[in-house]
Design a protein around this ligand. Structure first.
Ligand SMILES: [Zn+2]
Length: 266
């Protein structure tokens, strides 16, 4: 089973598309430890999988002027969520949605609480190697171009999940997630410009932040990052098939951001 895939881009491109949440794959031995029925698991995966973001990223890479690099998680976020802080900085840990989820999106038990050995096994087997691979991908872009620009590609459900801590805000067509240390103004502005067709865009609501490997977080300012959170109903009646025209339209906008990041960074 493949845990994740790094898809090569142009050697001169500083851009890495990150696709952390598109997979529904849960290895058997991990499935067996989950405290849910198959029907509950299917429902959970429908709700929390960023369906078809792998296709959106792949098409954007195809049509961008300079092909970006892509790091895709090939396992479900139910295995580990590579984007969470692994420590007390993670506010979602309080609701069982830290790096190793212990609650479903609706708040029912997913794993035993306080099973520290099981958590450590998952962190050692999946979380830390993922972070190391991402760090290596970033290091390669810096080596080649002097910097790295991460575009973190997500989608989110129309109705809020129960675990969301900021569910009262608007749920726009696009939420742009920023980080105070790693999202320069030009990158946020480039995201607004690239996705201007969607009109309905907010910053950091209902989701905030964007991925940077912890090894470089707030220490390596050659690394820029911005998160793209697309409301899922724009391109699929999840869990149904994607609407191809919508996917192509969104991918073209994402390619515009990739091209802007390629030109403007440095
Ligand atoms: Zn996501």
């Amino acid at each position: 089973m493949i845990d994740r895939t790094l898809i090569s881009g142009n050697s001169a491109s500083p851009v890495i598309l990150h696709v952390p949440h598109s997979s529904r794959v849960v290895p058997d031995e991990i499935r067996r430890a989950l405290l849910v029925t198959d029907a509950q698991l299917a429902h959970e995966l429908d709700e929390i999988t960023d369906a078809h973001t792998d296709t959106i990223a792949a098409r954007a890479a195809d049509v961008a002027d300079s092909r970006p690099w892509t790091l895709r998680n090939d396992l479900s976020r139910l295995v580990v969520d590579p984007e969470r802080f692994p420590d007390e900085r993670e506010e979602l840990a309080a609701v069982g949605r830290g790096a190793v989820y212990t609650r479903t999106a609706s708040g029912s038990p997913l794993r035993e609480d306080n099973d520290h050995a099981a958590r450590k096994t998952l962190m050692d087997r999946y979380f830390h190697p993922y972070a190391a691979d991402f760090d290596a991908a970033v290091a390669a872009r810096i080596e080649a171009t002097g910097h790295a620009v991460i575009v973190d590609v997500h989608s989110y459900p129309t109705l809020p999940s129960r675990y969301e801590l900021h569910a009262d805000g608007p749920r726009p067509a696009l939420c742009i997630g920023t980080d105070p240390h790693h999202t320069p103004a030009w990158l946020c502005e480039a995201a607004y410009a690239a996705f201007a067709d969607l009109r309905d865009i907010t910053t950091d609501s209902p989701f905030t932040g964007t991925y940077v490997p912890l090894s470089r977080y707030n220490t390596d300012h050659r690394v820029s990052s911005v998160m793209i959170e697309l409301r899922r109903d724009q391109y699929t009646d999840n869990p149904g098939a994607p609407d191809i025209d919508s996917i192509e339209h969104i991918a073209a906008m994402l390619a515009r951001l990739v091209d802007a990041a390629d030109r403007a960074s440095g």
